[in-house]
Ligand binder design. Structure first.
Ligand SMILES: Cc1cc2nc3c(=O)[nH]c(=O)nc-3n(C[C@H](O)[C@H](O)[C@H](O)COP(=O)(O)OP(=O)(O)OC[C@H]3O[C@@H](n4cnc5c(N)ncnc54)[C@H](O)[C@@H]3O)c2cc1C
Length: 507
């Protein structure tokens, strides 16, 4: 008898495991209290994963596979993945002469360690690179430049290349054509939504006293629950979002949760979709109709998946477990209460956190340049911040959340992922969107009770971390500007920033 474990982020019906129906194979999916409690998770995130597992178990059964899906209510529950596996293995051993465990390569270090030695590990058949690919690509280098990895990926996977194996359009990167500020006159695509009744699942979580965080689910469920819906979402994005994806990739907008972003991360991270099919759908849209689908949008989108997504996974496996403890700036500040409620007077943070609580989603620039930016300026403890990001977002799994949070957003790795910290004053947020117009603070004021807190905190961050950043060639200019400032103004900025930090819960 073979017992095959399917984890909650392995909902890929195309995996070669499922090609034939075998009487000697049992598939196991477990809901585990331990997994739901090890960090606070947004209720909608839990529902999305558990509902996806439930749908996957039903789909396997309908195709004739033997499936054990232990819900939290199952009387055989032992609470943890390992204990459940042992219990099921013992149960099967009562009727089989031997029971062999097989599992797909887990993406999380913690789970990987937990399963080590318990059975045979097989590839998950999902990623476009092996776990160690980034480590070998950058062997001997201190900085891991994503762009060089991405170009190698374009060549290796023959994506957006012309007949002469050169990049289509004559450039590897069209970022300079992307990233416009928000234009409030733009119409955004209608949202793709699915309809699933998750009330019973929600009640099950309550019955097992799983803590609630985040808003309750509205009537319908805006995330794909299985591959068919994930393909619908992909099609919807190509038809309605892709054309303006690049242009408004970095925009920040009042009243629009998703803008032109794809919302495909949950479907990708649960493996309902393969990254190659997403890349192919986008590339072939452009080849079919380059007038409708501009190359900068297509290239910009593909770079996120072929480049960033594979790259951060490689960083994770190259640097774990040490990565989880990196804290370059030794930041220790606990997260203020408003990070959990969204009740702050800073409009950009109010919108980004409020939306995250309401939908378990924020787009990249909200995560990086609003929440992450403030967290770094204020010196939030990266461990607490990691837990926050891991808990709140629908797509958050440690392999992708952690290098983005500690690396890209917090520079806690000292510059492995990023060449300089992603920080800005309020001016950047003002330029990219329309939050500042309805903020309690004034983005043009630098000090004083009405001044946007980002402004003084920006200088405070650089001043307090001078020893660590001054020699960075991409940062030097900041210190030259600081040194030229009137000393009284410098003093006022630092004082105002300190005042804000001392009253952070009231901002
Ligand atoms: C602090 C921080 C934490 C993040 N945590 C997560 C996380 O837990 N899970 C997660 O999937 N992404 C994370 N990201 C990356 C990115 O913000 C999300 O992938 C994206 O917002 C998901 O929305 P979307 O599907 O609409 O993406 P789109 O903007 O439509 O992008 C398309 C796809 O590209 C991929 N992608 C884009 N940027 C990245 C990136 N930096 N790293 C990896 N993949 C990327 C995603 O698969 C995404 O679905 C994080 C970014 C930051 C700055």
């Amino acid at each position: 008898m073979i017992l095959r474990l399917v984890l909650g982020d392995q909902l890929n019906p195309q995996h070669s495991w499922f090609r034939e129906v075998r009487t000697d194979v049992v598939y196991a999916l477990f809901e585990c209290v331990e997994e739901l409690r090890y960090a606070p998770h947004h209720r909608q995130k839990m529902l999305a994963f558990l509902h996806g597992m439930q749908q996957f178990a039903s789909e396997l059964r309908s195709k004739g596979h033997q499936v054990e899906h232990w819900t939290l209510d199952d009387p055989r529950q032992k609470g943890s993945l390992r204990a459940n596996l042992e219990a099921l293995r013992n149960e099967l051993a009562k009727t089989a002469s031997s029971v062999r465990l097989e599992y797909q390569e887990p993406d999380e270090y913690r789970v990987d360690q937990d399963l080590l030695g318990l059975g045979t590990r097989v590839p998950s058949e999902h990623f476009l690179t092996e776990r160690g690919a980034v480590a070998s690509h950058f062997a001997g280098k201190k900085t891991y430049l994503m762009e060089s990895f991405y170009r190698a990926m374009r060549v290796r996977h023959r994506v957006l290349l012309d007949q002469a194996d050169q990049p289509e359009g004559g450039s590897w990167n069209f970022d300079s054509d992307n990233r416009s500020a928000w234009d409030p006159k733009q119409a955004v695509p209608t949202e793709w939504r699915a309809h699933h009744d998750l009330r019973e699942l929600d009640a099950r979580l309550d019955r097992h006293r799983i803590p609630r965080w985040g808003d309750a689910l509205a009537d319908d469920f805006p995330w794909p629950a299985h591959r068919r819906e994930a393909l619908e979402l992909l099609e919807h994005f190509v038809a309605h979002g892709l054309t303006k994806f690049g242009r408004f990739q970095d925009a920040l907008a009042e009243n629009h949760d998703f803008l032109f972003h794809s919302r495909l991360s949950f479907a990708l991270n649960t493996k309902m979709l393969h990254p190659r099919e997403v890349i192919d759908a986008v590339e072939s849209a452009w080849r079919r109709d380059p007038q409708t689908y501009p190359l900068p949008a297509v290239e910009g989108f593909i770079r996120q998946i072929l480049g960033w997504r594979e790259y951060v996974r490689g960083i994770y496996w190259a640097k774990m477990p040490e990565y989880a403890n990196l804290n370059y700036f030794n930041h220790q500040r606990p997260l203020p209460q408003w990070m959990y409620t969204g009740k702050t007077q800073m409009r950009c943070l109010q919108v980004a956190i409020g939306q995250s609580l309401r939908t378990a989603y924020a787009h990249h620039i909200q995560r990086l340049m609003v929440v992450g930016n403030f967290a770094l300026l204020a010196g939030f403890d990266p461990r607490e911040l990691d837990a926050w990001y891991l808990g709140i977002y629908i797509d958050a799994i440690e392999w992708v959340e952690m290098p983005n949070t500690r690396g890209m957003s917090q520079f806690a790795d000292g510059g492995i992922v990023g060449t300089k910290p992603y920080v800005s004053s309020g001016a950047y947020i003002h330029k990219q969107g329309n939050h500042c117009g309805s903020c309690a603070y004034s983005v043009t004021e630098k000090v004083g009770p009405n001044a946007c807190p980002f402004n003084a905190l920006y200088w405070h961050f650089y001043a307090r971390n001078r020893d660590l950043l001054e020699r960075n060639p991409r940062v030097g200019m900041v210190y030259r500007t600081w040194d030229k400032m009137n000393p009284d103004h410098r003093e006022a900025l630092l004082e105002y920033a300190d005042l804000n930090l001392n009253n952070i819960n009231l901002l």
